[in-house]
Design a protein around this ligand. Structure first.
Ligand SMILES: C[S@@+](CC[C@H](N)C(=O)[O-])C[C@H]1O[C@@H](n2cnc3c(N)ncnc32)[C@H](O)[C@@H]1O
Length: 379
């Protein structure tokens, strides 16, 4: 396993023309993100202005992304929530230059993260109050509190020329430094979908005892809702030891401690046992593991599952032709800059790998209109 990261295009409305979407992905159901992040196609080849605008919108996307990341890193939203409203107050709280802060605040107003109803008085809008203030229970800024993702993507040219990622965290120690930030943001971003998935997986099975293993569980976001919705569910949460300390805090917060056990270690070497589990969850891990390691893991899971047990894969899936949607294809580049083996994989690739691992029944399950997962079931 190597270093993994995650792209978030928080302000898609600024940069994408949402009225003119490509339809390339309609051939195959895919991930939760693709409808939101599909890039627009040209409305008419003759429309020069429109084509130039679309190029400009995408190529200048970095300005909005960098502005928001800087605001997160300087805790601008948190300082405002704490009662600092003028340029001078916010600059003092952020230990920053007033002119710089003034330009940053106005840009955030323009991007609709802040409002300025009177001169030199900045206030949070509901979106930033809810998701960008550090003390908010729904804070999603953790993964952008450092520049790891930004630096990795800045090296894209070189990575493509050499085929080598700029930095990796395949050792447990580095992984344990890197993942907590990512996992905290992922928890908030995935919780709504995780609740929907839990409802689907438990349909008609609320009273059935179910053993679940959540591989590379992070916060436990995909298994906690299962435990919340059925007290018959028992979860084994698997990850590196230090990450499991973080998992435990989420499990305690959701008051499902009694239903959780922990299995610390590297998923490549950890013993998963035999015929122990009804459901194995693979949330956002196949893309960073890559083909070889994932195939080995699928074989281990075939042993670890009870008869008719299921593997549930939550990930980003390009269509079988790899022509779209844009988001999973961009995410493959994200894996290129951050890992040695990572990629995004098509449904057909998953299907073949599961069949090779003797998990023969493979299907795409639509959980919600913009969220599908792969389910593979033992005979
Ligand atoms: C992208 S996060 C996904 C977390 C969670 N499954 C989710 O979907 O929110 C990847 C997780 O995999 C864990 N991980 C990465 N490589 C691993 C390995 N070799 N063994 C065990 N856990 C690993 C990381 O510690 C991290 O918690």
């Amino acid at each position: 396993m190597t270093r993994v990261s995650f792209i978030v295009c928080l302000d898609k409305n600024l940069f994408l023309n949402r009225n003119k979407f490509s339809s390339v992905c309609s051939r195959q159901p895919c991930c939760a993100f693709h409808h939101k992040y599909r890039y627009p196609i040209m409305a008419s080849q003759d429309d020069r202005e429109q084509q130039l605008q679309q190029i400009s919108r995408i190529i200048h996307g970095y300005t909005g992304a960098r502005t928001l990341m800087t605001a997160i890193q300087l805790s601008v939203f948190t300082h405002i929530a704490q009662g600092n409203h003028s340029v001078e107050q916010i600059a003092r709280a952020a230990d920053a230059n007033s002119r710089g802060i003034s330009k940053l605040l106005d840009a955030l107003v323009g991007m609709e993260f802040l409002k300025k109803d009177k001169p030199n008085h900045y206030e949070l809008l509901p979106c930033s109050a809810r998701f960008l203030v550090k003390s908010s229970p729904e804070y999603v800024g953790a993964m952008h509190e450092n520049d790891d993702h930004w630096i990795a993507w800045s090296n894209l040219n070189n990575v493509i020329k050499t085929g080598q990622p700029c930095m990796t965290v395949d050792q447990e120690k580095k992984a344990e430094e890197f993942f907590p930030h990512l996992v905290k943001s992922l928890h908030q971003m995935s919780l709504g979908k995780a609740n929907r998935l839990a409802e689907k997986l438990l349909e008609g099975r609320q009273d059935v005892a179910l053993e679940v293993i959540d591989i590379a569980c992070g916060s436990g976001v995909w298994s906690i809702p299962l435990a919340e919705k059925s007290n018959k569910v028992r979860v084994t949460a698997q990850d590196f030891p230090k990450i499991l300390e973080l998992t435990k805090s989420y499990v305690r917060h959701h008051e499902v401690d009694k239903q959780f056990n922990y299995l610390a270690g590297d998923l490549k070497t950890v013993d998963l046992g035999e015929q122990k589990y009804d459901i194995a969850i693979l949330g956002n891990i196949v893309h960073s593991e890559g083909e070889k390691s994932s195939k080995t893991l699928f074989h281990k899971l075939a042993q670890a599952l009870k008869p008719q047990g299921k593997v549930v894969v939550i990930d980003m899936f390009p269509n079988n032709e790899r022509t779209g949607p844009a988001y999973p294809l961009l995410f493959a580049l994200n894996m290129l800059v951050n890992t040695t083996e990572g990629d995004t994989f098509t449904f057909e690739e998953y299907r073949q790998w599961f069949i090779e691992a003797n998990i023969p029944h493979v299907s795409m399950l639509e959980v919600a209109p913009e969220f599908s997962v792969i389910v593979a079931q033992l005979a």
